[in-house]
Design a protein around this ligand. Structure first.
Ligand SMILES: [Zn+2]
Length: 406
């Protein structure tokens, strides 16, 4: 259960206190190890207030003291670092062919990372929600067994998600109007911590901007490379959320009006050409009709094996796919002027063959010289990006002042 600190004081005093606790917590997150004097000097809070806030945060086991260090002036100071080990936040990522679960503690250390096959397309929304909740329950149990408290759980879904956690549509799962947040919350037995649902790309870009190779970049785009392709966008340092939370649907721009049908009902969308199912269908036509998707990793491994072996058909297909992807990346780059575009998911193992045609298209189509200064790279976060981002959003709520109760 997470609540704002509520004591016998008037509400406005409690709010100021919670805000100041969050100020100190955020300062230590970005400057640890640091001393109480440093916190006071930088935040403008007086020393007595900082001491009291730090004592409170230590009691909640959000901070801990580490060794002494020589202070520049005066006596040695006791340094503070984030603790957070008694708490963990959980993220779950839903894909058409697999689920991932990640838990991280308050200091950002990963405490579990699982991947499970999942027959997303062959499952009804109710069956899928049951599978998601079952994985969530196992992750919660693991966290509890390690004597940690769960601060919250966020599910990332490849589709349009309303602010109240309903999936309005997820074409590659065949979902329309599925109230996933309520279903998962019920399946977890109304667990007493917040359960949220968000778009997978929106969550993945948060993880990439914190833990990826370009962490801290103010203008970063993450492309999910799954059955669908979504863009998560950080623009001018802020996640782009749009009017209704539906930006970044780059997978449904038309690349070829005569192209293959897309799960969204249109033709020639980017993901119908460059999504992982489309890539597999081109490189491994013999697997078509093998039945419902469960986990595409073995097929992706075979695509990589053929490309490494310089199989001409595989190399030609990957070049064509890379060019289509490059068209999509160019549109994003011309609109948003990113520092870096990160390819995630199944694009990571295929990056050696996709990046050259993507960069060639970007050079040809970008109005600015030298790709407009934008780099295109493969993610170092593997398949856990959206799940990690889901857990990170829970921690953001703590940093914003929704502190765990004593
Ligand atoms: Zn489409």
């Amino acid at each position: 259960m997470i609540t704002m600190q509520r004591g016998p004081q008037p509400a406005d005093f409690a709010d100021v206190r919670a805000t100041n606790l969050a100020v100190v917590l955020r300062y230590v997150r970005s400057h640890a190890p640091c001393s109480r004097a440093e916190i006071a000097a930088t935040t403008g809070l007086n020393k007595a207030t900082v001491s009291s806030l730090v004592a409170d945060l230590i009691e909640r086991r959000l901070l801990r003291e580490t060794g002494l260090t020589e202070h520049r002036i005066g006596r040695p100071a006791t340094m503070l670092v984030l603790d957070g080990s008694p708490y963990a936040a959980i993220g779950i990522e839903v894909n058409a062919d697999y689920l991932t679960a990640v838990a991280i503690d308050l200091a950002g250390q990963q405490v579990l990372s699982w991947r499970r096959s999942f027959a997303g397309l062959a499952s009804s929304p109710a069956q899928a929600a049951t599978a998601i909740a079952a994985l969530g329950r196992r992750a919660v149990n693991r966290v509890l067994k390690e004597d940690r408290r769960v601060l919250g759980l966020t599910v990332g879904v490849p589709g349009l998600v309303s602010p109240d956690g309903a999936v309005i549509m997820a074409p590659n799962l065949g979902w329309h109007d599925v109230n996933l947040r309520d279903i998962v919350n019920r399946a977890l037995g109304e667990p007493g911590f917040p359960v949220a649902v968000d778009n997978d790309a929106n969550l993945a870009v948060l993880a990439e901007s914190r833990y990826g190779a370009f962490a801290g970049s103010q203008n970063l785009i993450y492309l999910t490379g799954e059955v669908g392709i979504g863009a998560g966008i950080i623009s001018d340092g802020r996640p782009l959320r749009g009017h209704r939370g539906f930006p970044g649907e780059i997978g449904h721009i038309t690349i070829d009006p005569q192209g293959p049908p897309c799960a969204c009902g249109r033709r020639g969308c980017l993901e119908a050409i460059a999504g992982i199912s489309a890539i597999i269908a081109r490189v491994l036509p013999e697997v078509a009709g093998d039945g419902a998707i469960t986990d595409l990793q073995p097929e992706v491994d075979e695509v990589v094996r053929r490309a490494r072996g310089n199989d001409p058909a595989a190399l030609r297909a990957l070049d064509e796919v890379g060019r289509a992807l490059g068209q999509g990346v160019s549109i994003l780059a011309n609109l948003l002027d990113p520092e870096v575009v990160v390819l995630g998911g199944y694009f990571v193992p295929l990056a050696p063959w996709l990046l050259p045609p993507v960069e060639a298209e970007l050079t040809a189509r970008r109005i600015g010289p030298e790709q407009g200064g934008a780099q295109v790279v493969a993610s170092i976060l593997d398949h856990g990006a959206a799940a990690t981002g889901g857990a990170a959003t829970v921690l953001d709520h703590v940093d914003a002042g929704r502190l765990p109760r004593l």
